[in-house]
Design a protein around this ligand. Structure first.
Ligand code: ZN
Length: 84
């Protein structure tokens, strides 16, 4: 059974990539104010998909919702209709 708790911490920090289960992430800085990082994305180190967007102290929960939606879609593709 797929569980988002295996992929994201409660605060939205990614644990594993939902696409390939990789546990390594690359930080891509999107905005800085002087030396202070204001916004960054975490990309999967293996497949480069975006796992999280962080801004001014918080991970955006939209990415957890996106992970849920994506898994539902994958599961729906795996369900075969009953053939009599
Ligand atoms: Zn990945």
């Amino acid at each position: 059974m797929w569980d988002i708790k295996n992929y994201y911490k409660d605060d939205g920090e990614p644990i594993k990539c939902i696409f390939c289960d990789c546990e390594q992430f690359t930080t891509v800085i999107k905005d800085k104010m002087g030396y202070i990082v204001m916004e960054y994305e975490l990309h999967c180190a293996n497949c480069d998909d975006i796992a999280s967007y962080w801004a001014t102290g918080y991970h955006d929960p939209v990415y957890m919702k996106y992970a849920h939606n994506h898994i539902d879609k994958l599961n729906s593709l795996l369900i075969e209709p009953n053939i009599i």
